[in-house]
Design a protein around this ligand. Structure first.
Ligand code: OAD
Length: 228
């Protein structure tokens, strides 16, 4: 069975109604990264950071996976599929995909601010001041903030190196180390980028760029791959 590895970003969830970060109406137009998505921001103003992620978590309860998420789950009928997502939503899980590695954390989880191995599923959408881990420290969002290490990058690179086919969907490839994963895929294997605003300046062999929205383009590519 061939292995397909898929790197997804905010664009795959856009048609579910979740804002991307860097498009013209994206989240980073509304908020400054350094105020809500860094450890320094958390130290300075926990209430603001908690509220930012509480709003994202609340919204997640009102949205559903879209055609692209469901199409990726269908690929498992014929392939060994591994999803590496930069997204903190749970739409791949809800669409039925089995192997999902979250590079940047998960919105529905929170963790201890003194022991990063203490991770909990949050009940409901709201994390509050005074919600404590078992060691007595304030719980924080289970998110990899800018400037923090990305613990899952090593397994993600290993998975990328094993890909027979590699598909990138809905990411501006602005954020490292995630953006570097394409470089781990072996030169002779096919690679695809699906993004309506994909750039043309990739010097990567066997790369097909599909400049369309994920809902249509992922469904079409999956149909093709299931025929092979
Ligand atoms: P970006 O907002 O940087 O990029 C989203 C990409 O999705 C853009 O290239 C859009 O063109 C594309 N897009 C928009 N609508 C689409 C659609 N319907 N179908 C397909 N593509 C579409 O988001 P990411 O690349 O995911 O990290 O951002 C990477 C990381 O930066 C995020 O995980 C987050 C952010 O800051 C943290 O918060 C740590």
């Amino acid at each position: 069975m061939k292995t397909i590895v898929i790197l997804t970003g905010a664009g795959i969830s856009a048609e579910s109604g979740i804002k991307t970060f860097r498009d013209s109406d994206g989240l980073w137009e509304q908020y400054r990264i350094e105020n809500v998505a860094t450890y320094e921001a958390w130290q300075r103003n926990q209430a603001l950071v908690m509220d930012f992620y509480n709003q994202r978590r609340k919204q997640l309860m009102d949205v559903k996976p879209n055609a692209a998420h469901f199409a990726l789950a269908r690929l498992e009928e014929k392939y060994n599929v591994q999803i590496i997502t930069q997204n903190v939503d749970d739409l791949h899980e809800r669409a039925g995909s089995k192997n999902i590695l979250h590079l940047h954390g998960e919105l529905k989880k929170v963790r201890s601010s003194i022991d990063s191995s203490l991770i909990y599923e949050l009940k409901g959408w709201e994390l509050k001041k005074g919600d404590l881990c078992e060691k007595g420290s304030q719980l924080r969002p289970h998110i990899v903030w800018f400037g923090e290490e990305v613990p899952q990058i090593v397994p993600a690179a290993e998975l990328s190196a094993k890909a027979d086919i590699f598909i990138v969907i809905g990411t501006s490839l602005n954020v490292y180390p995630a953006a570097g994963l394409l470089n781990y895929v072996s030169a002779q294997h096919p690679k695809y980028i699906i993004d309506p605003n994909a750039l043309n300046n990739y010097y990567i062999s066997n790369l097909t760029i599909i400049k369309e929205k994920a809902g249509i383009a992922v469904s079409e590519l999956v149909e093709e791959l299931l025929k092979d």
